[in-house]
Design a protein around this ligand. Structure first.
Ligand code: GLS
Length: 830
């Protein structure tokens, strides 16, 4: 079995050799030395940023010896490593996490106070590395945190984007994107290693030849290349002395490349070539769940995957290692299809560079990869045109064809005469143009394929990849997502953490199921009062933040109703908005007295992909509704809409702990899992949600009475779709829907301009792909149940406590245990 992940008595949990003393004096000495000798300033003349950089450097000193020691012991033990391949890591701020993991919070606070510095001010100086879009990238960050905390060897591999997810601003209520210059003031958490750079080739052609033994050999003759420079980040385990690496690659021009051009005398061309190379890691593509199929994106994918495989094979394995045994040392987890080009890359290395024949190479490759699918949306499944792939990676395309030929032979053998099936399953599609279905390639190659919540994994088997699950039923499995309790409870919600620790001790931080012990406290009046006080404190903290950050005033004593996530039609922010508009309409038309409204503040937070027109229109509409509603005196103190710009991890850490109600209202069958839903429940918000993604499991665990379920189930959605869904009938047939949509079309939110939000209202009444109108009535009824419950504060708080107590399952530590057992077949080192 896998014992407790945490060992405070581990020798490395104490100060390892080479660290400054774990004391206030030791800390202050190290901090001042950093400030003077690294930042080059005296304390008396230091800026907040210099102080922040020096503080980060100090914390790094404490982690450094642990990091080196972790690497030493992992190599020495020749332990099997998890290679997490992900194009996104949405890390959030590093300082607080590093302080927590090395138990330096108190020491740092006291030490800085001695220097006249406020720790919180320095923490707020950090710009978070936003190297991801949303849930998928944040999940990667949670997973690597859990692996380090569980003492599992892991290298996270990804891309060091110079610009992460854009900074969102609003101009007249419309989203405007600003570049995310997260590196501008210095990046104290990374260690560049230009000495370990790796060359990555692109383009060109392949050549066949016959070697001395008469075997056919293929050589790839590329036409251009770039250099991948690794930047290492520390991923510290919680109080256990382990520090795993996160290795992010940055693209640079290779010397050979620009030298030849320099020699030809074309300086301008040489500089252009350099810019061209550096473009590869320049910017994160801002589409979540809807990739655009751009060439640069495929370049990014191959770039980081080629660097990572090369790095592992050449730098992590000892010299002369027999690559037939590679599966005993690494399992590469493919975080969605973004890194799937790693499959033909490993085949190419084994065959073309190491002389493996096809069968040997395939056997090793198959054992070395596992694939996680994160979506059900057809438009999110990547397909690369063979034209593009063949131009950029000619050898890889050949190998993909080879994989497909052998795979289809296997299909025909299992299902003789079933040509239709073979056609359906082909990795190569012919429509709308010839292309490579990356999810199919991943499924054919991987030892295991998993979805990210029970419902999603079932739909993956039954609807997305049914032919594959018929052929290989044992290949498919589920691992329900999780979130790290360190960042999202202990760090983000210190008040509630203290309340919990006072009741049941601190073991829950690394063993979240221990929250179960809170169940008995749900009947304890003192505990309920302390719990409520923590929630109130979190609301005050949020109020201060939003006032300073956005100029938004949160009224006191409101039900805080929060919907934060990427803006996507399937997530149905419009359903939430229609509810708000409907309440307003009822007040305006006299159907509802303002005094009968439960005082409520609705908070939205959402970024739209810059090219996603409808999502941007919806953002505009939310802001316009907010403006009108907030300005109308008849709703004063009753209904408020807040939409702080630039929702990110940093804001989530303040918003989620303050929330009363968590909105998880996607159309059933659309949200693969969701992870925000888990963070809210863990922080004592009640969920109003559909039977979708991990909501299903949240509801089952917290209990029906403590969860506000509404809407169609996935089979009902499918049945309605099959019958033919007509949103117009709901518009005509439901007076509240009609009144709300008509109110939007009346121009009341748009200075009389009746056409301003036509795109949104027309889409709802004529198409409504995600059936918001069909679920509206049920949603409104569930909101009425919310208000009824909220009126009984004691009962509400009890439910909130039970949500916390029963959320232990949603720790990413548990997810990691599931991956270890079901997919990776490896173990913690402890
Ligand atoms: C996503 C899904 O949309 C989320 O439901 C899921 O929680 C997340 C992590 O598994 O992955 N897929 C995606 O492309 N972006 C996501 O956030």
């Amino acid at each position: 079995g896998y014992g407790p992940a945490f060992s405070p008595t581990h020798p490395l949990a104490l100060a390892p050799v080479g660290s400054p003393p774990h004391s206030v004096d030791g800390f202050v000495a190290a901090f001042l030395a950093e400030l003077n000798t690294k930042q080059g300033v005296a304390l008396s003349h230091s800026s907040t940023n210099a102080q922040y950089l020096a503080l980060a450097g100090t914390v790094r000193q404490y982690l450094m010896a642990r990091w080196l020691e972790t690497s030493r012991k992992t190599h020495e033990a020749k332990a099997k490593t998890v290679g997490y391949l992900s194009a996104e890591y949405l890390l959030g701020r590093q300082l607080g996490n590093a302080l927590m993991a090395s138990d330096l919070n108190e020491i740092a606070e006291k030490g800085l106070a001695q220097c006249g510095i406020d720790l919180t001010t320095l923490r707020n100086q950090e710009v978070e590395p936003g190297l991801g879009n949303g849930g998928l990238g944040r999940l990667a960050a949670c997973f690597i945190d859990s692996l380090a905390t569980m003492d599992v060897p892991c290298i996270g591999y990804g891309i060091r984007y110079e610009y992460g997810i854009f900074r969102q601003t609003f101009v007249d209520g419309r989203q405007v994107e600003q570049p995310d210059t997260w590196l501008a003031l210095g990046s104290p958490w990374e260690f560049p290693h230009p000495d370990e750079s790796v060359q990555v080739n692109f383009g060109g052609y392949t050549e066949k030849s016959v070697d001395a033994d008469g075997r056919e050999k293929t050589t790839w003759v590329p036409s251009w290349n770039v250099l991948g420079v690794p930047y290492n980040y520390m991923v510290p385990g919680y109080l256990n002395g382990r520090v795993n690496p996160l290795r992010l690659w940055s693209a640079q021009a290779t010397k050979a490349f620009d030298l030849s051009i320099f020699n030809a005398g074309d300086y301008a061309e040489a500089v252009r070539a350099q810019t061209f190379a550096e473009n590869i890691s320049k910017v994160l593509y801002p589409e979540d769940s809807t990739p655009q199929g751009k060439e640069l994106r495929l370049q990014q994918q191959y770039f980081f995957v080629a660097c990572s495989l090369r790095d592992f094979l050449d730098h992590e394995l000892e010299e002369g290692f027999d690559l037939h045994d590679l599966p005993s040392r690494i399992i590469f987890q493919l975080n969605d299809t973004h890194p799937v080009i790693a499959v033909p890359e490993l085949m190419r290395i084994l065959m073309d560079e190491r002389g493996f024949d096809w069968e040997e190479a395939w056997e090793v490759t198959h054992q070395c990869f596992a694939y996680t699918c994160h979506t059900l949306l057809p438009e999110a499944l990547e397909v690369w045109s063979t034209d593009l792939l063949g131009r950029l990676l000619p050898r890889h395309l050949e190998i993909i064809y080879g994989i497909n030929d052998r795979f289809l032979a296997e299909v025909r053998e299992a299902f003789p005469g079933d040509e239709l099936r073979a056609g359906r399953m082909s990795i190569i599609t012919e429509y709308p143009e010839r292309g490579v279905r990356m999810a199919y390639l991943a499924t054919v190659a991987a030892t295991k394929v998993n979805g990210v919540a029970e419902l999603h994994s079932q739909l993956l088997r039954d609807k997305v990849l049914p032919d594959f699950s018929a052929l290989w039923p044992e290949r498919f499995t589920n691992v329900t997502n999780g979130v790290t309790p360190r960042r999202f409870l202990k760090m983000a919600n210190p008040k509630l953490s203290d309340v919990i620790c006072d009741a049941i001790g601190s073991g829950w931080v690394t063993d979240l199921e221990r929250l179960k012990e809170l169940e008995t406290y749900a009947l304890d009046d003192d505990f309920l009062a302390a719990f409520r006080e923590a929630k109130d404190w979190n609301k005050r903290r949020l109020t201060t933040l939003l006032r300073n950050r956005d100029g938004i005033d949160l009224p006191d004593g409101h039900l805080l109703d929060v919907m934060v996530k990427r803006l996507h039609e399937y997530k149905r922010q419009t359903l939430k908005l229609l509810h708000v508009v409907s309440l307003y309409e009822q007040v305006l038309s006299g159907k509802l007295a303002p005094a009968d409204l439960t005082p409520r503040t609705v908070v939205f937070g959402a970024k739209a992909a810059p090219g996603y027109r409808m999502a941007k229109d919806i953002i505009h509409l939310i802001n316009r509704v907010a403006r009108t509603v907030n300005a109308d005196p008849c709703l004063e103190g009753r209904l408020k809409v807040a939409f702080p710009a630039n929702y990110n991890v940093t804001l989530a850490e303040k918003l989620i702990p303050a929330a009363d109600l968590s909105e998880q209202i996607s159309l059933a069958g659309m949200e693969a899992s969701g992870t925000g839903n888990m963070k809210f429940a863990l922080n004592g918000a009640l969920t109003i949600g559909t039977d979708d993604g991990a909501n299903v499991e949240i509801r089952r665990l917290v209990g029906d009475e403590h969860f506000f379920l509404f809407g169609m189930s996935e089979p009902e959605v499918a049945a309605l779709g099959a019958r033919g869904y007509d949103p117009g009938a709901y518009y005509q047939g439901n007076a509240a829907i009609r009144a709300a949509i008509d109110l939007i079309n009346s121009g009341i939110f748009s200075d009389g301009d009746r056409g301003m939000f036509e795109s949104v209202t027309m889409s709802l009444t004529h198409h409504d792909r995600f059936m918001a109108l069909a679920d509206f009535e049920s949603y409104v009824a569930a909101q009425a149940r919310v208000e009824e419950r909220y009126a009984d504060q004691e009962s509400w708080t009890r439910s909130a406590v039970l949500n916390v107590a029963r959320s232990g399952y949603f720790s990413s530590d548990r997810s990691m245990r599931d991956y270890l057992r079901r997919i990776w077949h490896t173990q913690p080192m402890l």
